[in-house]
Write a protein that binds this ligand. Structure first.
Ligand code: NAD
Length: 478
């Protein structure tokens, strides 16, 4: 336990308001108390970033490489410790927490390399004796606003490109999971990040987040979170002509065709639906199954779902950790109650009382549903999935696309033709063939379409679009 302060201008700044960070596997375990900043904290962070911005923009690619590479190495070296902190504050299993920490390490190391690989274009002009150069510059001070469900990976995949391309950063993590962001801030400090280049302001979205979004000197906002908050941020940023990037919810379909190999399809659905307690924006929440394989699929899915061990995230036997907090658990249970009135059958989904006081829920499968039901239109964000029976591929594709979201989509089939057709016609940013809808690589773009995403893609080399602005220079040498 102990007090954890905001990091502003290279200094840990104490505040008069702190909030306890509670372990969802065991509510008697308080991880620490974390600063609950306000608009004044944001103002101080902006001042620090303003003072640091021009020197950081002019820093050598080598200096940025060294910082990001060192943080990446430190995360890998301390993956057990960070993975444990993540499991304690968010409720992912220890193995998932360690895996996510390694992912954050890879992201930092990837963008360390990108700092060295910044290129521009030198083009011939249409006029004589004129050269045209197209170069990229940092956007300035960027505000990063992150959700609770990937508390190391998402801050990492925003901080690393922001710093690699010469921007100063103000990070506001979700107030449910400030611990991992605070730990990353410590690593940046320990590895020589100059004062003001990276600032951490923890606190409530409606105060700290809102102050960042509305601050005229924060030139860009990268947000990941719910659709409601994202829409609000887009509106404010639009009015202020502020660059904005939004990654939001999903209602991701996984299609299982008659020719699918069930030994591939069921584990892919199980993983995509229930792992990380279903708290992934890329989770498969609509399992769209062709009639000929439907009953066999449901029987096998139910058998394997009921064998999953729900428990304390730190117990090595646990496969499904707790739900993140009481509010999210209540929301899941409300959807399960709704499913009882909408679906033909609800399997599982009870609140579980285990040895420790925590937010445990049995995974739930809703069978006999159709795509118009609320359980199939709204993001539940818990270990719950619906099965929708369809007659053929065409109906499966139409149902898969009949949603306001478009983040990730999957198909299980042994037909190259069906897989190809699905890849071409599905309205989603990411498509998986015989793989779970969740689980992506870090060196390629991540993001969706329709209501799921807005603005430039995150991750991989595509991140340069958001974190830089283009300048076209003309030089007459006649
Ligand atoms: P949320 O929208 O409640 O909060 C996200 C962040 O926004 C938090 O830091 C919060 O404090 C902040 N915030 C809240 N109100 C704000 C305001 N008025 N101004 C500025 N910031 C504000 O989301 P959550 O519950 O933390 O996360 C779950 C959601 O995130 C789910 O919908 C999930 O699908 C989505 N998500 C999407 C992706 C993706 O890449 N598409 C990844 C992970 C999570």
């Amino acid at each position: 336990m102990g007090k954890h302060d905001n990091l502003i201008n290279g200094t840990w700044v104490s505040f008069d308001n702190y909030k306890d960070n509670v372990n969802p596997s065991d509510t008697n375990d308080v991880i620490g108390s974390y600063s609950y900043g306000d608009a004044g904290s944001v103002e101080q962070a902006v001042e620090a970033a303003r003072a640091a911005q021009s020197a950081w923009a002019d820093s050598t690619p080598q200096a940025r490489y060294d910082l990001l590479d060192a943080v990446g190495n430190a995360l890998a070296a301390r993956k057990e410790e960070f993975g444990r902190l993540l499991a304690r504050e968010e409720g992912k299993t220890l193995a998932e927490g360690i895996g996510e920490t390694m992912r954050a390490s890879q992201v930092f190391k990837f963008f360390a390399g990108e700092a060295l690989r910044q290129v521009g274009d030198l083009q011939a002009s249409v006029r004589p004796a004129v050269d045209v150069e197209v170069t990229r510059e940092p956007v300035g001070i960027v505000g990063l606003i992150t959700p609770w469900n990937f508390p190391i990976a998402i801050p990492a995949w925003k901080i690393a490109p922001a710093l690699a391309y010469g921007n100063c950063v103000i990070l506001k993590p979700a107030d449910l999971t400030p611990g991992c962001s605070h730990a990353i801030a410590e690593l940046l400090q320990e590895n020589g990040c100059p004062p003001g280049v990276f600032n951490l302001v923890m606190g409530r979205g409606s105060t700290v987040g809102e102050a960042m979004v509305t601050h005229p000197d924060i030139t860009a906002i990268s947000f990941t979170g719910s659709v409601g908050t994202g829409n609000h941020i887009a509106e404010v940023c639009g009015k202020m002509k502020k660059k904005v990037q939004l990654e939001m919810g999903g209602k991701n379909p996984m299609v299982v065709l008659n020719d699918a190999d069930l030994s591939v399809a069921v584990p892919a659905c199980l993983n995509g639906t229930f792992f990380s307690t279903g708290q992934r924006c890329t989770a498969s929440s609509r399992l769209i199954v062709e009639a000929g394989i439907h009953d066999e699929f449901v029987a096998e899915m139910t058998r394997q779902m009921q064998a999953l061990k729900v428990g304390d995230a730190l117990d090595p036997e646990t496969q499904i950790g707790p739900v993140v907090d009481e509010k999210q658990l209540k929301s899941n249970l409300d959807y399960i109650a709704l499913a009882k009135s909408e679906a033909d059958e609800v399997i599982g989904g009870e609140r579980l009382d285990l040895d420790k006081p925590g937010f445990y829920q049995a995974p739930a499968l809703f069978v006999g549903t159709d795509n118009s039901m609320r359980i199939n239109r709204e993001e539940i964000f818990g270990p719950c999935a619906s099965v929708i029976k369809v007659a053929d591929f065409d109906e499966a594709l139409a149902v898969a696309n009949d949603t306001e979201f478009g983040l990730s989509a999957g198909i299980c089939t042994s037909s190259l033709k069906s897989a190809r057709e699905f890849k071409r016609r599905i309205e989603a940013g990411m498509v998986m063939v015989n793989l779970p809808t969740a689980g992506v690589d870090y060196h390629v773009p991540f993001g969706g379409r329709k209501g799921s995403s807005f603005g430039a893609r995150e991750q991989g080399r595509y991140a340069v679009e958001f974190y830089t602005t283009v300048k076209t220079s003309y030089v007459f040498a006649g």
